[in-house]
Design a protein around this ligand. Sequence first.
Ligand SMILES: [Zn+2]
Length: 214
Amino acid sequence: MIKIEVITKDPFYNLKDLNCISLGKRAKQSNKDPGSISERANYYVDCFVAKHSTIDTMQIKIVDDHCRGDVIGHIVRSTKKQPRFVVQSKRPDWNNGEKRKAPDEEYKLFASVWTVSSFMEMARQRLCGRAAEETRKWVINCMREMDKSGDPLLMALSLCSVPNCVFQAGCPETFQCGKDVGISVACSSSILRERYRYYHNKFIEVSENADKPE
Ligand SMILES: [Zn+2]
């Protein structure tokens, strides 16, 4: 089971305050308890789409209590923007002599800590049709958990996590994924939010949550 939480205290106020500071002022204390979930989610989406440097002051933690070894390997190799990982050890002398298994036959407790950008960077690579299917499914499962969470930051992060093929309107791999024909439709809009929303609705199947970002 995958559990995801925001580990930054008062993330909305923190982001608002830092964005205000770049304009020479401070956020109002009232931003500690701002409007609706969708209002906050939309503010996050604006910042995530614009890739403001301030978004990386917020961190999330993902814990999977039963993650396949090869999937862990693929995720741990995504090191852009410096995510951090903790993986359960399976060395025989710590496990009553139990022999090691092949990575795709072994399941472990796996934790990862991400900034907003480091998660989006990993998703760009691992959501592409060229990525291993089990690993792509793991990223999609994380995004579905984010959608279900009701947390505006996580919902916004899920919406803004797209494969490179959508992010830059074309698959960058030498052997292009191509098989997800819907991707080319997702790339047809020059308005980034529309592109991300189309991809999200088609491939992530947003859970029914009335208070989601536009
Ligand atoms: Zn691709």
